[in-house]
Design a protein around this ligand. Structure first.
Ligand SMILES: C[S@@+](CC[C@H](N)C(=O)[O-])C[C@H]1O[C@@H](n2cnc3c(N)ncnc32)[C@H](O)[C@@H]1O
Length: 131
């Protein structure tokens, strides 16, 4: 376990954590060598993260910015017609997930289908714990 922690630490040693509104983050970091992974608030749960942090309009604004990005973009959302429309033409992958935002009373989180949209064809990802 200690070795795994050390390996993860080495992999993350140049990581910088920012706390920025998405538009500012994209503007500041977009380049040909950038990879954005976006996990925005889900449609109809925007208010979970504060009254004014993300509105329904922001799904459209975010999509506009990501379509214009020079870098690579990955974005996830539960299966949703609006997202299929906003990211039409991108590579689309479906996978089983759990509703992390589900407020439960201790019962198992409901399963859901999560969709990953990419503006590029991803190759196999190595694990954070691979040496
Ligand atoms: C579906 S959650 C993603 C959670 C994340 N994957 C995690 O594991 O913590 C949506 C995230 O969007 C963030 N968020 C909400 N409004 C935002 C905004 N205007 N700009 C950037 N991030 C925002 C929330 O704080 C929240 O962390």
């Amino acid at each position: 376990m200690l070795l795994k922690g050390w390996t993860a630490l080495q992999r993350l040693r140049n990581v910088c954590v920012e706390n920025l509104p998405y538009a500012e983050c994209i503007k500041r970091y977009d380049s040909e060598t950038t990879l954005f992974y976006c996990d925005p608030p889900y449609v109809d749960t925007e208010h979970y993260y504060g009254k004014d942090s993300f509105s329904q309009d922001d799904h459209y604004k975010l999509a506009g910015l990501l379509h214009g990005a020079k870098g690579k973009v990955m974005i996830t959302h539960y299966r949703n017609g609006l997202y299929d429309e906003l990211y039409k033409g991108w590579h689309r992958y479906e996978y089983q997930s759990f509703k992390g935002s589900h407020k439960s009373n201790g019962e198992k989180k409901p399963e859901t289908l999560e969709i990953l949209y990419c503006n590029f064809k991803p190759s196999r990802q190595r694990s954070l714990f691979d040496g």
